[in-house]
Design a protein around this ligand. Structure first.
Ligand SMILES: *Cc1c(COP(=O)(O)O)cnc(C)c1O
Length: 368
């Protein structure tokens, strides 16, 4: 055996320095950390999915173009079939965009935002140019346009994860008018609010819209996302796409889910109502600042209390929210809107946690 074998010797520095995205799994918690669909998946839709599977579904390779699903998506989005690319979650499509337009180029991202843009960009060997949002988390449009001049790709997220706000028409217009490279707008949460920029594809051939079945449609576990863009953009994406990227089961499930869109849109209404209620309640906690959200989560600043401490104390009470190690999100936590009882349990636990923390502060003060 060769004890001198060092696999890292040949790995580039940018990859060595990459911190993998490995969210910890916590059993038996109220899971409000990942912006998932909070309800039970409708059993009648699950039966319909299972009834569409055939013995060959397991033995044969899937349709590489996911034709049936793509047709259904194109119909729902009112675009042509050759404008739609389905992927194994939008995560895969983000990687494919980075491999196609980012490798060897600069990629502009507007931080704080979804961490996978930066991770996949680095995996693809792109140079990440981070343009910070302003204090209200609005896009720094002029800086993005300026950075976009030299970039292979600009990536925006609207509504933005984790801040919850959407890009305005004026902001996106200025960025699209000012940049000639592809501009991705990740609309993973658009079902919950904010402008839908799909109709803008008619005007802007370099616009790329990303959407997913993971949030509003309850299929996070099956990994289905899609991209809508001009055929000329898809032409290059096909070169890097894995031939059988979307498995048979997921193709069937997503197709059936689209047939029952109305059921999921009703649930979306419930989540939006829960979000507005939760925002109001959170806003009443002294010192807390809650940001407006078009999505199915809320970002809030824990004011006088350390966010990490609040996060850990909530976890002890079996409530999991999202904590960030990002200096741009100092003292902020993100909570996903859950079922009514989950939202209530979260708030109740949070009030207990704060009462405990305040007692500790008071106790310390009293003791000198
Ligand atoms: C959750 C999320 C996605 C969805 O990723 P999938 O791979 O489709 O599950 C994409 N973009 C953002 C910003 C997200 O928060």
């Amino acid at each position: 055996m060769d004890n001198n074998f060092n696999p890292g010797r040949l790995v580039r520095d940018s990859l060595k320095n990459l911190v993998p995205y490995q969210p910890a799994l916590y059993p038996d918690v109220i899971k409000l950390d990942a912006n998932e669909y909070p309800f039970d998946f409708p059993p009648e839709i699950m039966s319909e999915i299972l009834s569409e599977l055939q013995p060959q579904s397991f033995t044969r390779y899937p349709d590489p173009m996911a034709t049936g699903l793509v047709q259904e998506i194109a119909r729902c989005c009112q675009v042509a079939e050759d404008q739609v690319l389905a992927g194994s979650g939008s995560d895969e499509l983000i990687l494919n965009l980075m491999l196609t337009f980012g490798s060897g180029n600069k990629v502009v991202v507007a931080t704080p935002t979804f961490s996978m843009y930066g991770i996949h960009a680095r995996v693809a060997g792109a140079q990440v140019v981070e343009v910070a949002r302003d204090a209200q988390f609005e896009l720094s449009v002029d800086e993005i346009v300026s950075a976009g001049q030299e970039a292979g790709l600009v990536v925006l997220c609207s509504p933005n994860n984790p801040t919850g706000n959407s890009a305005t028409n004026a902001q996106l217009e200025q960025i699209l008018d000012g940049c000639s490279c592809p501009v991705v707008v990740d609309q993973a949460y658009v079902e919950f609010g904010g402008a839908d920029f799909l109709p803008w594809l008619d005007r802007y051939p370099h616009l790329v819209i990303l959407r997913t079945f993971s949030k509003a449609y309850g299929l996070a576990g099956l990994r289905v996302g899609y991209l809508v863009a001009w055929p000329g953009v898809l032409h290059y994406l096909y070169k890097v796409k894995q031939p059988f990227n979307l498995n048979v089961f997921s193709q069937v499930a997503a197709r059936v889910v689209l047939r029952h869109r109305d059921i999921f849109m009703k649930q979306v209404q419930q989540v939006r109502a829960g979000r507005d209620w939760l925002r109001e309640q959170l806003g009443q906690i002294p010192g807390f600042k809650v940001y407006a959200s078009d999505a199915n989560y809320l970002l809030f600043n824990t004011g006088p209390h350390r966010a990490l401490q609040v996060f850990q104390s909530l976890l002890q009470k079996k409530v999991l929210v999202r904590n960030f190690g990002d200096p741009l999100l100092q003292n902020c936590l993100r909570v996903t809107v859950g079922k009514k009882q989950e939202n209530e349990k979260f708030l109740q636990s949070l009030r207990e946690v704060i009462a405990d923390l305040e007692e500790n502060i008071g106790g310390r003060t009293n003791n000198g």
